[in-house]
Design a protein around this ligand. Structure first.
Ligand SMILES: Cc1cc2nc3c(=O)[nH]c(=O)nc-3n(C[C@H](O)[C@H](O)[C@H](O)COP(=O)(O)OP(=O)(O)OC[C@H]3O[C@@H](n4cnc5c(N)ncnc54)[C@H](O)[C@@H]3O)c2cc1C
Length: 402
């Protein structure tokens, strides 16, 4: 080799940690650029389109419909290391895997998602899927929600949302709205008391959508939500959920016949324990460039990052092109000047066939795609979530095309 090629290396090594929504989106875009050598580290053989779990929990489809084989999603030309990262050594630009391999990189992209801390709720272990306790929040538990809803005969149906950051901040209440609709279909709505307990102070942090959701709650006859109440314990023998009332420092005991759990969530432990973590545990990145604030050859996006926006796949849709542009700039010795504006979206399902499509940026300013008022419940937006978005996910976003 001589001339142009010998002066400008054609092969750089980018290592991506995680093959979920963010990792595959970045890998697919990098794979479309010639000459970048990319490795993706991911232990799981499967990949789930988690936004559909809301509908799985409501009996609309089976969980297998939202699952693909990881091997079918790894872009051509990207090397897949089927292993998990155990630790990072960013001063040496290396990481160590669970099997003990040391992997070096020029650029690291961390996209390892969020950790579900089920064990932080006392008395919960082993009880999801029993005693009316259910959760949409994992592949293993999501079908328990539909079981609990369809077997419900009346009494207290309790839905929880915690004070920790969670993925898809709207998901805990969507489940409640769909349960309300299902109870009506089953003829048990009159026998149900539906309650929402949330560690947050508001139903939604963007006023425009909060107003619309408060109307939905009133129309459906759901009890006034209990805000700033954090679930901490479940007592199955007496069917009681125990909450900390965060404003009064007291304990509140609520009986349940159905209990939908949103587990506490945090950064994955191996990230928390690494030099990449901020004090909060998330990978500490600049909120505009997605580049690490202390290690300039490290980037992060998605749920494991410190990006101060609501953690969703829709946010990643906007973050991935920014990360890829900035990774390419660093590799080429240019200034990484692509920026992310905090865009995120939450399709708030309010019934079978109706949805409010919330879209907003870092400032909580609505940033809507369509020319109509998206804070109105619409059938068209439900169809978008049910049919179009999954197609766009598998065939557009994960292929680096959209
Ligand atoms: C019930 C529910 C409803 C939702 N609804 C919506 C919605 O309507 N709209 C929306 O946009 N978003 C929604 N989301 C959120 C969305 O699914 C997530 O924000 C998104 O998947 C996050 O992508 P990620 O790549 O950061 O993490 P993930 O997609 O979770 O991927 C993380 C990957 O990292 C891997 N990993 C973990 N540890 C390691 C390790 N040590 N080494 C290597 N790899 C590792 C994991 O195996 C996994 O494959 C919802 C989520 C849930 C649970």
């Amino acid at each position: 080799m001589h001339g142009h090629q010998s002066q400008k290396p054609v092969s750089h090594r980018v290592v991506i940690v995680g093959g979920g929504t963010a990792g595959i989106s970045v890998a697919a875009r990098l794979a479309r650029v010639r000459g970048i050598d990319v490795e993706l580290i991911e232990p799981s053989e499967t990949h789930d389109y988690q936004p559909l779990w809301t509908l799985v929990g409501a009996g609309v489809l089976r969980r297998e419909k939202a699952r693909r084989r990881e091997s079918d999603l790894i872009p051509r030309g990207v090397r897949w290391r089927r292993d998990a990262v155990a630790s990072f050594d960013p001063d040496r630009s290396t990481l160590t895997t669970r099997r003990g391999d040391v992997v070096g990189y020029d650029i690291l992209v961390v996209a390892a998602g969020i950790q579900l801390d089920w064990k932080k709720i006392k008395g919960l272990e082993g009880n999801i899927g029993r005693h009316g306790i259910c959760s949409n929040y994992s592949f293993d538990t999501v079908e328990s929600t539909w079981d609990a809803i369809r077997n419900f005969r009346g009494g207290d149906a309790v839905f929880t949302h915690l004070a920790t950051p969670i993925k898809c901040g709207g998901a805990p209440q969507k489940t409640m709205y769909l349960a309300d609709a299902a109870f009506r279909r089953q003829g048990v709505r009159d026998a149900a008391r539906i309650q929402f307990y949330s560690g947050e102070p508001l139903i939604f942090k963007v006023d425009r959508y909060a107003k619309a959701l408060n109307k939905v709650i009133l129309r459906k006859g759901i009890e006034a939500p209990h805000f700033r109440h954090n679930l901490k314990e479940v007592r199955v023998e007496t069917r009681e959920a125990i909450f900390d009332d965060l404003d009064h420092g007291t304990e509140v005991v609520q009986h349940f016949d159905l209990l939908h759990i949103t587990p506490p969530m945090s950064a994955p432990d191996f990230i928390k324990a690494s030099p990449l973590a901020a004090a909060t545990g998330w990978v500490e990145v600049d909120k505009l460039s997605c580049r690490h604030t202390r290690f300039p050859n490290v980037f992060a996006l998605g749920d494991c990052s410190s990006l101060p926006t609501s953690k969703t796949g829709a946010a990643i849709h906007k973050q991935a092109p920014v990360v890829v542009a900035n990774v390419r700039a660093v590799l080429d010795g240019r200034k990484p000047d692509a920026t992310y504006d905090g865009y995120t979206s939450c399709p708030l399902v309010t019934d079978y066939g109706s949805l409010i499509l919330a879209e907003f940026d870092y400032d909580g300013k609505p940033s809507e795609t369509f020319p109509f008022d998206q804070s109105k419940e619409r059938w068209s937006m439900y169809m978008l979530k049910r049919h179009l978005l999954p197609q766009l996910y598998w065939h557009g976003m994960l292929k680096g095309r959209a």
